[in-house]
Design a protein around this ligand. Structure first.
Ligand SMILES: [Zn+2]
Length: 78
């Protein structure tokens, strides 16, 4: 039996995927944007979420990540 690998839950569809196959995405979450709030202070926080590959592809995260990785490896050669 397998299952020693920890699983993560896709933030979009709720499907469980092995962590190695999940796409990590840092989502920006805003707080304090209520219109009746007196202060104009906004809090931004990053929340790490996981997406399965199909959801990541659907949202364009997967390709962005791939492009970033490509650029990263390209920089290594310089
Ligand atoms: Zn999903």
């Amino acid at each position: 039996m397998r299952g020693s690998e920890s699983q993560v839950v896709c933030d979009s569809c709720g499907r469980r995927v092995p962590r190695s196959k999940g796409i990590v995405y840092e989502k920006m979450v805003k707080y304090g944007t209520e219109p009746n709030s007196l202060s104009n202070v906004r809090f931004m926080t990053r929340r790490k979420v996981y997406y399965c590959i199909s959801c990541a592809k659907h949202r364009g995260i997967f390709e962005k990540k791939a492009r970033e990785a490509e650029r990263h490896s390209a920089n290594k050669f310089e």
